[in-house]
Ligand binder design. Sequence first.
Ligand code: F6P
Length: 526
Amino acid sequence: MESWKKVLSQAGRVSGVSLKDMAAAADDAAFWRAPSLAVDCGKQPLDKPAMEALEAFAAERDLPSSIARLFGGGPVNASENRPALHWALRGGGEDVPAVDEMRASAAKAAAFADLARSGGLGFEVKTILHIGIGGSDLGPRLVWDALRDYGSEGPTIRFCANVDPEDFADATAGVDPSTTLAIVVSKSFKTPETASNAALAREWLADALGAQEADRHLAAVSSAPDRAQAWGAGPDRIFPMDEAVGGRYSVWSNVGLSLQIALGADVWSGFLSGAAAMDAHFRDTPLSDNVPAKLAMLDVWMHTALGVPSRTVLAYAHRLAKLPDFLQQLEMESNGKSAADQPGGLVGPTGPIVWGSVGTLGQHSFHQLLHQGMRESVMEFVVALDSGAGDKVRGRALLANAFAQAEAMLAGRTAAAAEAQLLAQGVDPETAEARAPHMHMEGGRPSSTIILDHLSPESLGALMALYEHRTFAAGVLWGINPFDQWGVERGKVLAEELDEAIAGGAVGERDPSTQRLVDMARKRHG
Ligand code: F6P
C-alpha cells in the first residue's frame, strides 16, 4: 500500500529525532478530547507529518467504511460471517433487524435484576456468585471493582473463573448459600472451567439447602438454554447471549446481569450511556478528531512502523486495577492474529503484547526495566483526576506519581547530572564517579496519559468503549479480523483430548514432552 510506504518513511525520519525534542515541540494537537475523557499524547513520537501519514493510511485502508459497516450491522467478522453488535446494546441500531430481539432480551434481564434486587426471588440476595471465564468474567470484574461503591445498598459479587477448585473455595468462603444467587455466564455453557464451577456451585447450594431449593438460587446467561436448564436453572432464569456479541465485547449484554442486580438500574444505565456517547463519537467524528481511531493509528505506528513490541497499561486509580487484565483479553484475543482479512493484506507485525498493573505498585516492581532496561514498551498511564476517595492529599500523591513516572521516562537523567547530584549530597568524588553511570537513564521512552475527570459509571462506560473501538480500528489498520479467536478454540479442543488421555484414554500421536507430561499426570489423576 502506497500510504503505508509513506508511514514507514515517516518512521525512518522520526527514528532519528530525539523524543525529548519532539515532546518539547508538541502543542495542543497532541491533546485529544472525547466524551468523558481526554488523551495526552505529548510524550509520543508523533508529530504532524507522522499523523498526516497515518491518517492517509487509515483513509487508504478505508477505515471510515469499516466503521460505517460496524454501526450498520454489516458482517465485520468475515471468518464467522457475523456482524459485531456490542455497541447496539448501549443504544442506537434501530435499523439493524437483530437489535429488536436483543432489546427484548435485555428488558427481560433488567426485570429479573429488579426482582432479584428487591427480594422478589423468595430470598434476600446478599451475594451473587458470578461464574464465567474470559469475556464472561473480565469485563464484569473490572466494572464491579470500579463501581461497587455506587451499589452500596445492593448485594456483593464474588467471582469464580478458574478450573482449580481453590478458586471456588475462595469465592464461597464465608458466604451463606441461603442468601446467594449463582449466575453462570457462558455462551457455550460447555467451557470446561465454567462447567466445572457450575457443577460445584449447584452441589454447594444443594448440600446446604436441598436440591429443590437450590434450583431457586440458580440463573444462567447463555446461548445454550438446554445445557443451562440441564444444570438446574429454570427457563425463566435463562437469559440469552447474542452470537453477534463476542465474549470480550459482551459486558454490556446480559453478561452484565450480576452487575445490574448489584449496582442497580440507574448505575447500569449510566454505564451504558457513557459508552453510547463514545459510540457516537467514534461513528460520527472525522478521522482527524476521532480519538479511538487516532489511538489505533498510534498503536500501528508504535508497534508496527516503529517496532515496539509491547504496551504497558498503568492504571493510576485503584478502582481500575482490573483494567490491564480486561485489556489483555480485549486486545490480545482480538488482534493477536496473523491471517490477513483486508484488501492490501497485513502491513507488518500485528497486536502488541499488552500487560500492566495498578499504579503505584508497578513502581516497586517492574518499572526498573521500563526506566533503565534494554527492552522497549509504550507506556499508557490511566488516571482519574478525582482519585483518592475524597482524600485530596493521597489523591494528589497518586497523580504526582503517575506524572513523575511519565516525566522520568521521557526526560531520563545523564550520568553527569547524577554525578553532580551525588556530589551536592556530599558523596565523595570517587564514589560519585563510580556510581553515576548506574544512575544514568536514557530517557526518550514514550507514553500516553488517558485522563478521566471523574471515575463514574458514565466515564467507565466511555473508557471501555474507547478501548473496544480502538481495538477494532487497529485490527482494520493491521489488516486482520478482530472479532474471531480461532487460536483459543484450538486449545479448547486439545484440552478435551488431553483430559481423556490423562483419565486413561488413548494418548494419540503427541510430541515426547506432552507424552511425558500426560504420563506424570496419569499417576495422580488417571
Ligand atoms: O477464551 C476463549 C473464549 O471463547 C472467550 O472468547 C470467551 O470469552 C470465553 O472463552 C468464554 O466462553 P463461554 O462464554 O462460551 O464460556
